[in-house]
Design a protein around this ligand. Structure first.
Ligand code: MRU
Length: 363
């Protein structure tokens, strides 16, 4: 069993804005040129850290969801590229390996492209491995700082003593630390304002019950896990003040790709006049895509549905389909909370505004 003391001290210096929120880092660069990450497939039963100097181990960890969540896989990809450089591996091949692991989250390609551009811009005298290490650490630190700012912008939207519903895990575990949707909840809680959080269990891999509930319990934020299909009835009974989720990719028109089930939640929130908020850093924005129709949706193994652990929960030969994400059309999205401020409809204008001159570059 590990505690988080090392990880916490790692980013004491990076809490650039709001320094009082509680958090931890699920990944860490070690001074001897290795990466250490928390294996999220084992939570909440076991807190096991994996240490590696091999970018292929990072790629496999992303594929298997040992590290997961859009911003975190971007950070892990960047650290993976730094490991490849230190091992003398071909950088372009390593970037392609890492990029191929998961297709939907914008942050992975964004981070890899940023690292590749940093190498392209190098004067010859500089060492590629040092440059890539510095870039990966910067991406990590900037993500944590962005999450604190998302929390600051988003907390006032929740109002006083809200009962909030969330889906999947958009917490410290899904990011460099602190979280996006959970960052907003953490910031509101710090101001003494969160009454209760309902956590969708999030079938099939249970990121809600295994990860979000684990994070909220550690922070002492009162939460209740419900099955995904209960969310609508809780909303209808008047028990939910706001729904907030993270995002894997947001297109120029404000369509949002996020964990499968998010679309249903957004429609139910709209039907029940409940605000539906999305919290995400600008590195999740893909303004090169006009709409969510163009987002590639990851299809995962049907076995994630037909079995739970080693136990079958469906007939052996039955067909199952397992899209990991869905797309919520922008008209169900009340606001998108970024580190640079809150975007509201029409998103084609407001998302460009929150980016300012810093529109995330793709490719
Ligand atoms: O398949 P996962 O666990 O990587 O899916 C994660 C999500 O859908 C999160 O909501 C999203 O990445 C936002 S994380 C801040």
């Amino acid at each position: 069993m590990e505690d988080f003391s090392t990880a916490r001290s790692f980013f004491m210096s990076t809490e650039a804005t709001d320094t009082t929120g509680k958090t931890f880092a699920p990944i860490e660069w070690l001074p001897q040129g290795k990466v250490r990450f928390l294996d999220q497939t084992l939570l909440p039963n076991e807190e096991r850290w994996v240490e590696t100097d091999d970018h292929q181990v990072i790629a496999e960890a992303i594929r298997r969801l040992q590290v997961r969540g859009a911003p975190l896989i971007g950070i892990a990809g960047a650290y993976g590229l730094a490991l490849a450089a230190r091992a003398g591996d071909d950088i372009a091949t390593a970037a392609a390996d890492l990029r191929s692991t998961r297709p939907t989250a914008a942050n992975l390609s964004w981070a890899l492209d940023r690292c590749l551009r940093a190498v392209d811009a190098l004067a010859e005298a500089h060492s590629v491995r040092e440059r890539l290490t510095a870039e990966a650490i910067a991406i990590h630190e900037e993500d944590i700082a962005a999450n604190y700012r998302i929390g600051k912008h988003g907390a006032p939207l929740l109002g006083n003593a809200p009962v909030v519903l969330t889906h999947c895990n958009a917490g410290a575990l899904a990011t460099g630390g602190y979280g996006t949707a959970l960052g907003v909840i953490r910031s509101a809680d710090k101001a003494g304002r969160v009454k209760h959080v309902y956590v969708d269990e999030t079938r099939p891999l249970l990121q809600g019950s295994r990860l979000t509930a684990w994070e909220l319990e550690r922070d002492g934020i009162v939460c209740t896990v419900i099955v995904d299909s209960a969310a609508g009835s809780y909303m209808r009974r008047g028990g939910i003040d706001a729904v907030i989720t993270g995002a894997d990719r947001i297109t120029a028109n404000g369509d949002v790709a996020n964990k499968i089930g998010t679309y249903s939640l957004a429609v139910l929130a709209g039907e029940n006049n409940i605000p539906f908020y999305v919290a995400a850093p600008t590195s999740t924005l893909d303004l090169s895509l006009a709409s969510g129709d163009d987002i590639p949706i990851e299809q995962r193994s049907p076995e994630e549905i037909t079995s739970v652990g080693s136990r079958a929960v469906a007939p052996a030969a039955v067909e199952a389909e397992n899209p990991a994400f869905d797309v919520t059309p922008n008209d169900y999205v009340t606001a998108i909370i970024t580190e640079n401020g809150v975007a509201r409809p029409p998103y084609t204008a407001s998302l460009r505004e929150v980016c300012g001159s810093e529109v995330p570059v793709r490719g």
